[in-house]
Write a protein that binds this ligand. Structure first.
Ligand SMILES: [Zn+2]
Ligand SMILES: [Zn+2]
Length: 286
C-alpha cells in the first residue's frame, strides 16, 4: 500500500518541522499504520463506465450507490477496529466512540447504510443514527467517511481508473466529494483539485471558483500566511468559499494531500475567521 507509506513519510518529516503539532501528526500516523495492516474485504466497486458518459455530461460522478457492494458484517468489523484505533491514538470523544462501536457491533446500526450515506452526502441517516445514540453526528460522519475513504483509496490503488479529462466541476468525478486541497502543479502551475474521500485528482481552470464557477477576477483573491512557503488560500467573494492550495513548484510534487490538509488547519481557521467556508457540492441542473 504505497499510498499509506507516502503519508507516513510525510508525517515524519512534518513532525520534525513543527513539533508543536506532534500530537496531531501522531494521531494520524497511528491511523495510517492501522490502515496499512487492513485488507479490503468489505467493499467492491463495479462502476458502469459505459453508462456514465451521458450522466458525466450532466455533471454526475461515476460512483453511485448501485456501483458499491458492501459486505455489512465485514464492514462493521472494520469500523469497530477503526474506532479502537481512534480511541488508542486520540485524545477525545472516547465515551461517544465506545457508544458508536457497541451499537455497530450489536447490529443496532447498519454500517453499510451509513457508508452509502457518506458517499451520497445524505446527512439524514447519519443524523438519525447519531441522535438515537445521543452522540454528535459529526463524529459518526468522521468515522464512516474515514472508512469509506480507505475503501475507495484501496480500490483505486488496485483497479484501472477512468480518465477524467474535461471534468470541470468543483467536486470529485469519481465519488462526488468536495476537494480537500487544490494544487498548482507542473512548471506552469496548472490547478488540480484533490478529492477529500477517494483522493483522486482532476484538473480545473485556475482563475475560476471551483464551487460557484465565478470567473470575475475582481472577486477572486487569495491570501498566504507569513513565513509559509508553498501554501495559499483561494477565496471567492461571490460565494464566500475558500480552498487551500499547495504550490508543488515550491514544495515538490506527489505530496499526500490529506496530510497537507492536516498540516494547514491554521489556514482553515484564518479563512473561517474572515467569514469564508469550505465549499459544498452543488450539482448543475440536469
Ligand atoms: Zn473522490
Ligand atoms: Zn465562488
Amino acid at each position: 500500500m504505497e499510498f499509506i507509506e507516502s503519508k507516513l513519510q510525510r508525517l515524519k518529516q512534518l513532525r520534525k518541522q513543527r513539533p508543536q503539532y506532534a500530537e496531531i501528526y501522531d494521531f494520524y500516523a497511528g491511523l495510517c499504520r492501522f490502515l496499512q495492516g487492513q485488507q479490503l474485504g468489505w467493499l467492491r466497486c463495479a462502476p458502469d463506465l459505459d453508462g456514465w458518459e451521458p450522466r458525466r455530461q450532466a455533471g454526475f460522478p461515476l460512483l453511485t450507490r448501485d456501483a458499491l457492494q458492501i459486505d455489512a458484517a465485514a464492514a462493521s468489523s472494520f469500523i469497530t477496529a477503526l474506532i479502537d484505533t481512534f480511541i488508542e491514538h486520540g485524545q477525545q470523544g472516547e465515551a461517544e466512540l465506545k457508544t458508536l462501536s457497541a451499537a455497530i457491533s450489536a447490529g443496532d446500526i447498519a454500517s453499510d447504510k451509513l457508508l452509502l450515506a457518506c458517499l451520497e452526502k445524505d446527512r439524514a441517516p447519519l443524523e438519525a443514527a447519531a441522535n438515537g445514540l445521543e452522540i454528535p453526528a459529526a463524529l459518526v460522519e468522521y468515522v464512516c467517511s474515514t472508512a469509506l475513504a480507505f475503501g475507495l483509496q484501496q480500490w483505486r490503488d488496485t483497479a484501472p481508473q477512468p480518465l477524467f479529462d474535461g471534468w470541470q466541476e468543483g467536486y470529485c468525478p469519481l465519488c462526488g466529494a468536495v476537494p480537500a486541497m487544490g494544487e498548482l502543479a507542473g512548471e506552469e502551475g496548472k490547478k488540480q483539485l484533490h478529492c477529500s474521500i477517494c483522493a483522486c485528482d482532476w484538473s480545473v481552470t485556475r482563475l475560476k471558483c471551483s464551487y460557484c464557477g465565478n470567473e470575475e477576477s475582481d472577486s477572486l483573491e487569495y491570501f498566504t500566511a507569513e513565513g509559509e512557503i508553498g501554501y495559499r488560500v483561494d477565496l471567492c467573494r461571490k460565494c464566500s468559499g475558500y480552498l487551500k492550495v499547495v504550490d508543488s513548484r515550491e514544495l515538490g510534487a506527489g505530496l499526500p494531500m490529506d496530510v497537507e490538509d492536516l498540516n494547514t488547519m491554521h489556514l482553515d481557521l484564518l479563512a473561517q475567521k474572515e467569514g469564508f467556508a469550505k465549499g459544498k457540492r452543488t450539482f448543475r441542473d440536469g
